[in-house]
Design a protein around this ligand. Structure first.
Ligand code: HEC
Ligand code: HEC
Ligand code: HEC
Length: 341
């Protein structure tokens, strides 16, 4: 079609236009690009940057000790907080609350049931956590722990763990601990026995010595060897995943080995290690005999055990630091006696 006729331009323009052919596509693409960019800028100003990051400072300024996080993730609330609000404080009726928190409607109705026995043990365990491990569970303010922190409305909490040893049967010794991606090795080839070595037993968490001619034999008498280093990294990956943080949340990355160059969160985590060892050894394992077989581990028939993620569930603070204990003085101290039906 003839542009000249269509637009009814004067003849001189048609002639001039024919003699001066111009590629209009280049400029159109440039103009379109510029226009688009202007629209994107306007959208960013009006609706905010979707990939904005915020950073949590974990050490002195200027040395890179901060944890960047997408703001959209930070604003994303933990959906279980809304469920907790929906349960409400049930007018201070602790028995009703414990039934709602564990999702066991007839909990404490039958004194002969194993759930009754395990439940009573769990009350003492929860009181002990709040009374004696306040340095961890109230590290930044009153937060505390109730049955809901672990259970979230389920009879058996999520993020419990069982021993998976040995992970390979064709090999013996050290090789039987590793080189198979499992939930306990954080899907790496690192050893799968880190939780049982460090959060049930209390073996030395540490990398092999930095000195080339250190006294002592690596792997013996508390001198960490290569195997301890591998296990340590397996545990540290577990920590990072349990809290959804990275290593510099707790460490200064130039000196992972130096406990003198760490963040306040490292100290909270150290207490957490001791707390979890106590929960497993003083409560969970001794009560394991009460459990029916269908609750026990698939590999070694052991009881479901606690670790960091059992409370944290992938959040830096369980329930994003909601104060869960304030309304429940009965669970705050081992001196309290909870009257069971
Ligand atoms: C630190 C985490 C944690 C807290 C806090 C906790 N529990 Fe548990 N609970 C567990 C684990 C792990 C199991 C599975 C192992 C077991 O049964 O011993 C469990 C199992 C149970 C069971 C057995 C359920 C079944 O059907 O096998 C009952 C009942 C129970 N808890 C009640 C409670 C009550 C009541 C509270 C609060 C007073 C509570 N728990 C607080 C971790 C916790
Ligand atoms: C939630 C806090 C936390 C996070 C996250 C964390 N660590 Fe650790 N890490 C600790 C604590 C606490 C210790 C000391 C444990 C002890 O000695 O009892 C430690 C010990 C170590 C050690 C042993 C140091 C020594 O004495 O030889 C290494 C290495 C290490 N961490 C590396 C890492 C790496 C790599 C990451 C990231 C994948 C990481 N950590 C993430 C808290 C953390
Ligand atoms: C019994 C439940 C429970 C277990 C198990 C647990 N934590 Fe915590 N942790 C908490 C609570 C509750 C807080 C929040 C304290 C606060 O903010 O006042 C917390 C806070 C922390 C913090 C501080 C976070 C911050 O923002 O300052 C770190 C680090 C931490 N836990 C690491 C660990 C590690 C590592 C483990 C496993 C070795 C662990 N926790 C096991 C309940 C638990």
């Amino acid at each position: 079609m003839n542009l000249e006729k269509l637009m009814n331009f004067p003849k001189w323009f048609g002639d001039w236009n024919k003699n001066n052919p111009t590629d209009i596509y280049g400029p159109v693409i440039v103009m379109g690009g510029l226009g688009g960019a202007v629209l994107v800028v306007i959208a960013l100003f009006s609706f905010g940057q979707p990939f904005a990051t915020d950073s949590l400072q974990t050490g002195p300024r200027g040395i890179g000790m901060s944890v960047p996080e997408f703001k959209s993730d930070l604003a994303k609330p933990d959906p279980t907080i809304a469920e907790l609000d929906a349960i409400g404080n049930l007018d201070g009726d602790l028995i009703a609350a414990m039934q709602a928190w564990t999702g066991i409607p007839n909990l404490f109705e039958d004194p002969d049931s194993y759930q009754y026995a395990v439940g009573s043990m769990m009350i003492s365990m929860t009181q002990n956590i709040n009374e004696n491990w306040a340095g961890h569970v109230n590290a930044n303010g009153e937060v505390g722990v109730t049955c809901y922190t672990c259970h979230r409305g389920q009879p058996v909490p999520s993020e419990i763990w069982f021993s998976l040893m040995p992970v390979t049967e064709r090999t013996a010794g050290w090789s039987a601990n590793q080189n198979r991606a499992t939930s306990l090795s954080q899907s790496t080839s690192l050893p799968s026995d880190a939780l049982e070595s460090y959060l049930l037993d209390s073996q030395t968490i540490g990398v092999h010595d930095l000195e080339s001619r250190a006294a002592g034999i690596p792997g013996q008498d508390g001198h960490p060897g290569i195997q301890n280093a591998e296990r340590t990294f397996s545990l540290m990956n577990y920590f990072a995943n349990s809290l959804d943080v990275n290593c510099v949340f707790c460490h200064n990355s130039r000196a992972f080995y130096d406990a003198g160059q760490v963040t306040p969160q490292w100290a909270t985590a150290s207490l957490g290690i001791l707390m979890v060892q106590e929960l497993n050894n003083d409560y969970i394992v001794p009560a394991g005999g009460l459990l029916p077989e269908n609750r026990l581990g698939p590999r070694n028939g052991d009881e479901p055990k606690v670790a960091c993620a059992t409370c944290h569930k992938g959040y830096q603070q369980p329930l994003q630091g909601t104060n869960v204990i304030g309304d429940w003085p009965q669970l705050q101290s081992t001196e309290e006696v909870v009257d069971l039906p």
